[in-house]
Design a protein around this ligand. Structure first.
Ligand code: SF4
Ligand code: SF4
Length: 474
C-alpha cells in the first residue's frame, strides 16, 4: 500500500503506485488539457508531482517533440531564473576501493580479481588534497567502497579531519560531501559531527527485483536498508542529502518516477526534499559486461534532465565526467547546476607521482579535460564557474536553504560568491588565457548583483582578493 510518509521503503517507493502512474501516463499522454496544465504549472516554478512527471516521460517514449520542446524551453527558463549562468564545481576523491559488495555494474565489486585494491594513508590523502587544491578545487565528494574491516567509519572520520586541516598555499577544501555506503544513525551522527556537507547515496534502481539482481551479495543486497538510508541520515541531523539513479540498470521511466516518489517521501516526512540529484549513466568499468544493461540514448537523457529541472526547480542537479564534453554542454543548458571537473575515479590518482600506477578506477570517465580547460570554455561562453561553499558554512542547510531558494533570495548570495571564488581561482590557479576570460567575465557580471549594498561589498572583497586575502562569502 502506497504511503509517502511510511518508514518502510516498499510503502514510500510503492511498486504498485509507480506502475499505476505509468499506466495513467499512457492514457493521458495525448490529453491536451492535462498536458497544458502540466506545462503551465512547470512554468510557474512550482515543480511537478510524480504523476505529471510520468506523463511527460510517456511523451519522451512517444517522441512528442511539441510537448518536449516546450519542456526544454521551460527547463532553460527555470535554470536561468534560479541558477543564472553559474555552475558549481566539485571533485570526487576516492579514499579506498576495497568492497564486500558485488554490484554487477561497478569495477570495485568484490570478485573483480583484476582490480588493484588500494587504501590511502593519511599522508597520501594529504598529497591528494594538495594536488586538488593546486587545481583550484574547494569542494569534494568523498568516495569509498563498503568494507567495515578495511574501511571502518573511524577511517572515514579521520580522513575528513585530515582533508579539512590541509592548508597549502592559498588553498583549502571548504566542504566535504560524503558518498559512502548506507549506514547506521549512529554513524551518520558521527559524519554530521565531522562537518560533512551533503550525504550522497545513489539508489541505483528503485525496481526491487532489478536492485536485488544487480546486488547479488553483500550488505547492499538489502533493498530496504539501502532505500531507507536517507531517513536514518535525516534522523541523525544531516539535513542535506543527495539522491540519484544509475540510468541503464532498469527502465528509465520506472526509475525516474521512483526517484520522484523518493523526493515526495523526503518532503512529506522531513519537510525538505533532496539537496541534490545526481544523474549518472552506465559507463564501461573493469570486469563489467555492458551487454546486461538498458542503454539510455542521449536525446532521451536530455529530455529526462529537462523534465527533472521542471519537476524539482530548487534541487541542485549534478553531472559527472562520465558524460562527454558535448553532452555536458547540452545538459548544462537544460538544467544541470553542478559539475565535476578534472576528475580521477581511481584511488590516489591526483598526486602526480601516483599517476603511473595500475588502474584502480571505478569506471571510465569520458570528459577527460583538465579543470582549467573546462573553466576556460565556460568563462569564454559566458558561464560563471563557482567554487562557492558558503551555504553549508553559514548554516544555510535543509529547510532553511530551501526557504531561501524558493523565495529567490539565494540568488543575492550565489552570484557574488561565484564571482569571488572565481576571482580566487583566476589569481591562484588559472592559466593566463583562462585568467583573462575570468577577469573579463567578473567585470561584466558584477552589475548583475541586484542588491546595491552586496554589490558594493563584493567590489571591495574582490579588491581584497587582489591584495592577497581569501575566503570571503555572503
Ligand atoms: Fe562497492 Fe559501491 Fe562499487 Fe557496489 S557500487 S561494488 S558498493 S564501490
Ligand atoms: Fe550553493 Fe549557497 Fe553558494 Fe549559492 S550561496 S552557490 S546555493 S553554496
Amino acid at each position: 500500500m502506497f504511503n509517502s510518509k511510511s518508514k518502510h521503503a516498499e510503502e514510500f517507493i510503492s511498486d504498485e503506485e509507480i506502475l499505476s502512474s505509468l499506466a495513467y501516463a499512457k492514457q493521458q499522454k495525448d490529453n491536451t488539457q492535462v498536458l497544458d496544465e502540466i506545462l503551465k504549472q512547470a512554468e510557474t516554478f512550482q515543480g511537478l508531482d510524480y504523476r505529471q512527471v510520468a506523463v511527460l516521460l510517456e511523451c519522451v517514449d512517444a517522441q512528442n517533440r511539441t510537448v518536449l520542446d516546450e519542456i526544454h524551453r521551460i527547463a532553460m527558463k527555470i535554470k536561468q531564473h534560479i541558477y543564472g549562468n553559474r555552475i558549481v564545481f566539485f571533485a570526487p576523491l576516492y579514499l579506498a576501493n576495497h568492497c564486500v559488495n558485488s554490484c554487477r555494474y561497478c569495477g570495485y565489486h568484490h570478485s573483480n580479481c583484476q582490480m588493484v585494491r588500494k587504501k590511502l594513508t593519511q599522508e597520501e590523502i594529504e598529497r591528494e588534497i594538495i594536488a586538488l587544491q593546486d587545481m583550484g578545487h574547494k569542494r569534494l565528494a568523498l568516495e569509498t567502497g563498503e568494507d567495515p574491516i578495511n574501511i571502518p567509519i573511524d577511517y572515514v572520520l579521520e580522513s575528513i579531519q585530515t582533508i579539512y586541516n590541509v592548508k597549502h598555499k592559498n588553498g583549502a577544501i571548504r566542504r566535504v560531501n560524503v558518498n559512502i555506503a548506507a549506514t547506521t544513525v549512529e554513524n551518520y551522527r558521527k559524519l554530521k559531527e565531522a562537518g560533512i556537507g551533503t550525504y550522497i547515496l545513489f539508489q541505483e534502481t528503485y525496481h526491487k527485483p532489478t536492485y536485488e539482481y544487480m546486488h547479488p551479495a553483500g550488505p547492499k543486497h538489502n533493498y530496504s536498508y539501502h532505500t531507507e538510508a536517507m531517513d536514518r541520515a535525516m534522523e541523525a541531523g544531516i539535513d542535506d542529502v543527495g539522491i540519484g539513479v544509475l540510468y541503464g540498470l532498469y527502465d528509465w521511466k520506472y526509475d525516474t518516477v521512483g526517484m520522484m516518489l523518493h523526493v515526495k517521501h523526503l518532503e512529506d516526512t522531513f519537510g525538505v526534499g533532496p539537496h541534490t540529484i545526481s544523474l549518472p549513466r552506465m559507463r564501461f568499468a573493469s570486469d563489467v559486461d555492458l551487454g546486461d544493461y538498458q542503454r539510455v540514448p542521449d536525446q532521451v537523457f536530455y529530455d529526462i534532465v529537462a523534465i527533472l529541472r521542471c519537476a524539482v526547480p530548487y534541487t541542485g542537479m549534478i553531472i559527472s565526467t562520465r558524460e562527454s564534453k558535448e553532452n555536458r554542454r547540452e545538459l548544462l543548458r537544460l538544467g544541470i547546476s553542478q559539475l565535476s571537473g578534472g576528475s580521477c575515479t581511481g584511488v590516489g590518482g591526483y598526486a602526480e607521482e601516483d599517476k603511473q600506477e595500475q588502474d584502480t578506477s571505478q569506471f571510465k570517465v569520458d570528459d577527460e579535460r583538465s579543470l582549467d580547460e573546462i573553466m576556460n570554455e565556460l568563462c569564454k561562453t559566458g558561464y560563471i564557474p563557482s567554487f562557492c561553499t558558503a551555504c553549508y558554512r553559514e548554516g544555510r542547510t535543509g529547510d532553511r536553504f530551501m526557504q531561501l531558494a524558493k523565495s529567490g533570495q539565494i540568488c543575492n548570495v550565489c552570484q557574488p560568491n561565484a564571482l569571488m571564488t572565481l576571482k580566487e581561482y583566476a589569481i591562484d590557479y588559472a592559466s593566463e588565457e583562462t585568467r583573462e576570460f575570468a577577469e573579463k567575465l567578473i567585470q561584466q557580471e558584477i552589475s548583475n548583483i541586484q542588491n546595491e549594498e552586496i554589490r558594493a561589498k563584493t567590489i571591495e572583497n574582490l579588491k581584497q582578493i587582489e591584495s592577497g586575502n581569501r575566503d570571503f562569502r555572503f
